[in-house]
Each structure stands twice: as structure tokens, then as C-alpha cells.
Design a protein around this ligand. Structure first.
Ligand code: F1P
Length: 295
């Protein structure tokens, strides 16, 4: 069994641990009313997007999400929350350095012995969710679960959905599809981007991701008999019929969107397997992007 297969299967247990930590860590997490930015790179950036939509949507305060490299210089925030499994990603480290003490800096990391821990006002280490894999699964979803639980938006039903996502067979015919479009709404837009990234990283699949209502504005032109469109969360009215009319497969996200992401992670491994790829050795990727020159 590959590392990534083992790690993705441990997500229900990890989510339970992460959710159980939320109350005890509340003093290190953003208070209601704070104006915050959440930053990261790759998978961590997409988790930042999901958390930002959840937090602002729950009325806890203005919450922006940025790829660390695109943070708007000089914009004042009460707090900047950085998500990074490795704690070594260059763009995140540089940004935290630039921010200095102009904003409170909170980091959620997987490894305590990393430079990021020393740069933060508040450090949260999810060591139990750290991974051997290059391709992230459980660290990212556990970090999001912790943040979601802190907002009061995590329930046991999410963990049960993840167990279903691991146990049920994948929809037939998906492995053979030539292209995959992932759609989300609100917080699941970030998850749709992560689903697409996972399929690219682990399976070299042609994937795209959009807010669901954007799908009609161009992306639908790609859909045809050999493609699939996968909705994470509830679908906008009429969209399923429009996808069916193109001949493409429609995958309805009946589970909690985070558990739907687990189904996509499984699909990525199934496609990697079918294509003879090793998801523990993804092409051109490293566990952390550490740049020798400044960005
Ligand atoms: C972020 C990240 C991963 C990606 C790749 C390089 O790392 O971009 O999402 O899969 O392997 O690193 P981190 O900052 O969360 O450690």
C-alpha cells in the first residue's frame, strides 16, 4: 500500500482528533470580529479559501484568502493565518517575515521543528496528521476540520460521511474518463480546486475547477461523452440536466463536501493505478517547495 493510500484512509480518525482539539486551542485561533487573511501555497492555499468562506459566511468577520505569493502588500489585517504542512515553504516564510509584527501571525503546521514555528505569535502543530507523502491529503483536511470545528461547523456526521466515502465503491466508468471538472459553491469552491489539484498531482489527470455558477460561462464547452463533472455540495438548480445534455457524466456530491474530497482522492489513486503511476512519486513535485533565491 502506498503512503498516500494509508494517509487518506486515516482521515476520519484524524478529523476526530482535530475537531477534539478546537476548544483547547481557541485562544490561539482568530476571535470573532477579527479581520483576517488566511494564506498558503498549493493544497494549503485551497484549504485557506475554504476556511475563509466558512468563517466569513458564519459571521465571524471579514476573511480573505491568498496564495502566499499574491498577498497584497501593505494591507492591514488583525491577523494572518498561515497553513503549511511542512512549515518550510519559501513564499509563506517570506510573507510571514514581511508582515513582521504588523499583524498577529498564527501558523498551523505539521512539524514542530520548522522555521515557521519560530516566526509565529501562535503556533498550532498537527503532528498526528503529518504525512510521508508528497501529495497532501490528511494534513490539509485535518487543518480545515480544526478550523471548521472552531467555527462550530463540524459535526460527527462529517466523519461518518468520510467513512462512507472510504467504504463505498467509486462510480463506475470514472477511471476511464478523459477530463474532470470539479465544481463548488461557497466554501466548497476551495475544495473543488483541491480536488482538481489532487487529480493532477497523483494521476496526471486533465482537471479543472470552478465556482458552480461559472460552469455555464465557458467551461461547459469542454464537457462531452468522455468527461465527468463532479459537484462538491449542493448543485445549482438545472445544472445537472445541462451537464447530462452534453453527454458528460454527472457526479452528485451527496456527502459533506470534505468527504466528497476523500472520494476524489480515492479516484486519483485509482487512476494512478490504472495508468501505472506511483502516487508516492509524483512527477516534478517535492514535499515542500524551498526556493534558493528570494521570490
Ligand atoms: C504546499 C505544497 C503542496 C504541494 C506540493 C508542494 O506545502 O504546495 O500543497 O502538494 O507538494 O507544497 P505546505 O506549505 O503545505 O507544506
Amino acid at each position: 500500500m502506498t503512503h498516500v493510500a494509508q494517509e487518506l484512509a486515516s482521515q476520519p480518525d484524524c478529523w476526530q482528533v482535530a475537531a477534539g482539539m478546537a476548544d483547547g486551542l481557541a485562544h490561539r485561533l482568530p476571535a470573532a470580529g477579527e479581520r483576517i487573511a488566511v494564506i498558503g501555497c498549493g493544497t494549503s492555499y485551497f484549504m485557506a479559501q475554504a476556511y475563509a468562506a466558512l468563517r466569513e459566511g458564519s459571521g465571524r468577520g471579514e476573511t480573505d484568502a491568498f496564495a502566499a505569493s499574491e498577498f497584497p502588500a501593505g494591507r492591514p489585517y488583525d491577523r494572518v493565518v498561515a497553513l503549511s504542512r511542512s512549515g518550510t515553504t519559501t513564499e509563506v516564510l517570506e510573507l510571514l517575515g514581511r508582515i513582521g509584527d504588523t499583524s498577529r501571525r498564527t501558523v498551523v503546521i505539521g512539524d514542530p521543528d520548522t522555521p515557521m514555528a519560530a516566526m509565529a505569535d501562535d503556533t498550532i502543530v498537527l503532528e498526528f496528521a503529518d504525512e510521508k507523502s508528497v501529495v497532501q491529503t490528511r494534513f490539509a483536511t485535518s487543518a480545515l476540520t480544526l478550523l471548521r470545528a472552531h467555527l462550530g461547523l463540524h459535526t460527527d456526521a462529517v466523519v461518518e460521511d468520510a467513512q462512507v466515502a472510504l467504504a463505498e465503491p467509486l462510480p463506475s466508468g470514472l477511471v476511464e474518463c478523459s477530463q474532470f471538472t470539479f465544481l463548488g459553491q461557497g466554501w466548497s469552491v476551495g475544495l473543488a480546486h483541491e480536488a482538481a489539484l489532487k487529480m493532477r498531482e497523483a494521476a496526471l489527470a486533465w482537471t479543472e475547477a470552478y465556482p458552480a455558477m461559472e460552469y455555464r460561462h465557458g467551461p461547459i464547452s469542454i464537457s462531452t461523452r468522455s468527461t465527468a463533472t463532479w459537484m462538491l455540495g449542493e448543485a445549482p438548480s438545472g445544472l445537472m440536466d445541462e451537464v447530462h445534455a452534453t453527454g458528460a457524466r454527472w457526479v452528485a456530491g451527496g456527502l459533506d463536501p470534505l468527504a466528497e474530497l476523500v472520494r476524489v482522492q480515492r479516484l486519483a489513486l485509482a487512476i494512478a493505478n490504472a495508468r501505472g503511476l506511483d502516487p508516492d512519486r509524483p512527477r516534478h513535485l517535492t514535499r515542500s517547495v524551498i526556493l534558493s533565491s528570494t521570490v
